[in-house]
Ligand binder design. Structure first.
Ligand code: FES
Length: 178
């Protein structure tokens, strides 16, 4: 009889221990779920903001720009100065967006672009799938479906610096004269 009682006591003791253990697990899971829910709720209040550089930016004073080509790497923009005139051509290939390379020709060549004979001394070549563009950005080889984009240049009214406006496309005849 004594033996039986002690077994009963032992069994009820282990039941209690198990119950306590399961309660702890339950409370732990609840705490983790609550924490997750609270974190997600707070996170949803914070907007996902993507900080991108402005597509309208100053390049420098016209007189400081070198004659010929200046490449603005972080904006992938080629800016050309020819005496008093300036124009800007995008470095983004119109096929899948790789950066085209300014390629100086060994000697100038004459090409026909839209029925007009032009002598060019450089081109743009895309390293990804081999598209090629004449100096004015006209595509003539490879899979690129369109010419490179041209963007507006203007003079800042505050300080006279050149401003590239990559939000506004212009045609290939556009020149800024300063
Ligand atoms: S991305 Fe330039 S040719 Fe494909």
């Amino acid at each position: 009889m004594k033996l039986f009682k002690s077994k009963e006591n032992r069994s009820s003791g282990s039941d209690n221990g198990r119950r306590e253990f399961l309660q702890r697990i339950g409370l732990g899971s609840l705490a983790i779920s609550l924490f997750g829910f609270t974190f997600q709720s707070i996170r949803s209040l914070i907007p996902n903001v993507l900080f991108e550089p402005s597509r309208k930016f100053k390049i420098g004073f016209p007189a400081q720009l070198s004659e010929g080509m200046t490449y603005i790497e972080d904006m992938r923009l080629y800016v050309f100065k020819e005496g008093q005139t300036y124009h800007a051509i995008s470095g983004a290939c119109t096929h899948l967006g790789c950066t085209v390379r300014y390629t100086k020709l060994n000697q100038p060549k004459t090409v026909e672009i839209q029925g007009e004979q032009k002598t060019i001394s450089h081109e743009f070549h895309c390293p990804c799938h081999g598209s090629k563009f004449y100096a004015d950005g006209t595509n003539y080889a490879g899979p690129a479906p369109r010419p490179l984009h041209w963007y507006r240049l203007e003079v800042s009214p505050d300080d006279g610096q050149l401003v590239a406006d990559m939000t506004e496309e212009v045609d290939q005849n556009y020149r800024l004269t300063v």
